[in-house]
Design a protein around this ligand. Structure first.
Ligand code: KIV
Length: 280
């Protein structure tokens, strides 16, 4: 796969090919993603929950987003890199929002920012797009507004909410968003939104009719056996595999099976043997 850019991603919608996006927070996972055909990597403010162990995404700062985005950028050569604008980095004023978005590109090496919000962020999207900062929108369940909803709840179930979401999608596309995350939206509504805009929609907990899909990488790798919401399909069982490996490591230290001479350095380097793989 060659380097992915926004025009290429927009052509996928025209040709009917689906787009794959995943979150990432560090260089090691970034390198692993880079070895696949996944097109878009999102440094999500979900890092507040999965990296920092916070209850919501609200405490995440711009500096933390820049730090993680820069680390991910070092591991990527092909996918498009998108960084979330965290809570209160874009709501206070237009000029502050523009500077903060710029920092994610300048210092984090992101190629696009993602902004949660509907019509209220339309003016900001238009300004950013005009000065060359690509914007991915994010409507439906907006985790930064969690206290307004009173929980992580599906949005757009009533007819009036459906109409509002379709209008928000059109306003954001018109303002210049190059794509739109649809989070926690009923299948039928996500399908209508996808049909009503020319830009790609990327779903999470919004059914199969979006132009692409995104999941939090730790969820799709099954890292937390206690967190298996309905919309997540775990493609691996790392929540089981990792503790098993750690337990084997602990056991071999106690029993003296690790390290052996094979894992050690002799004064005479000619005696060094490569350790056998201990993955099994
Ligand atoms: O922060 C995040 O990871 C996200 C995705 C789940 C869309 O916004």
């Amino acid at each position: 796969m060659s380097k992915i850019n926004i025009p290429k991603l927009q052509k996928l919608k025209q040709s009917g090919e689906k787009l794959a996006m995943v979150t990432c927070y560090d260089a090691t996972f970034a390198r692993l993603i880079d070895s696949t055909d996944i097109e878009v990597v999102l440094v999500g403010d979900s890092l507040g929950m999965v990296i920092q162990g916070q209850k919501t995404t609200l405490p995440v700062t711009l500096e933390e987003m820049i730090y993680h985005t820069r680390a991910v950028a070092r591991g990527l050569t092909k996918p498009l890199l998108v960084a979330d604008m965290p809570f209160l980095s874009y709501q206070a004023s237009l000029s502050e929002a523009i500077k903060n978005a710029g920092q994610l590109l300048k210092k984090g090496h992101a190629e696009s920012v993602k902004i949660e919000g509907g019509e209220e962020v339309g003016e900001l999207v238009a300004k950013l797009t005009k000065i060359g900062v690509p914007v991915m929108g994010h409507i439906g369940l907006q985790p930064q507004s969690i206290h307004k909803y009173g929980g992580y709840k599906i949005q757009g179930r009533s007819l009036s909410d459906e109409k509002r979401l379709i209008k928000e999608a059109k306003v954001l596309a018109e303002a210049g968003c190059w794509s739109l995350v649809l989070e926690g939206i009923p299948i039928e509504v996500a399908q209508k939104i996808t049909r009503s805009v020319a830009i790609p929609t990327i779903g999470i907990a919004s059914g199969p009719h979006c132009d692409g899909q995104v999941l939090v990488i730790y969820d799709l790798l099954g890292m937390d056996p206690k967190f298996r919401p309905r919309f997540v399909k775990p493609y691996a069982d790392l929540g089981k595999i990792i503790p098993e490996a750690l337990q084997r490591y602990q056991g071999e230290i106690k029993s003296g099976h690790f390290p052996t001479e094979e894992h050690s350095f002799h004064r005479d380097l000619t005696l060094l043997k490569r350790p056998k793989s201990s993955a099994s």
